[in-house]
Ligand binder design. Sequence first.
Ligand SMILES: [Zn+2]
Length: 138
Amino acid sequence: MNGTCALCSVTAELIDSHFLPAALYKEMNDPAGPIKNMNAVTPKGTYQSGEQFHMPLLCQDCEIRFQQGGENRTLAMRYRSDGTYPLRELLRQSKSIYSNEGTSVYDAVAIADIKTDHLIYFAASIFWRAGVTSGLSL
Ligand SMILES: [Zn+2]
């Protein structure tokens, strides 16, 4: 589908962009995983959904920009339904700057393998997607 890219405003073939990366939906909607369905909050109400929110939103260049700017690195460090959690392991191997019963605080910028700029970029991209769309479809 041709249209105007929501990020760069170029008229181009639009990619069927997911609100959250497809890999996250796959794990979040795993019947055997810890999360069975996500909660969707819409103007029509709140409900649980096992579907993926997506719509034609970005051109190929902008989709790749989001992937390389933060999505790929963030997804590589995410919690997985098999119990692995690379980001947590990196933190556990590091010295906390503050700790009390049940809480530890880390200087993530000082941990070389944690690319905080990628984490921030990814988070900002999700907020941007939520704000720029008038409604993602199921
Ligand atoms: Zn674009």
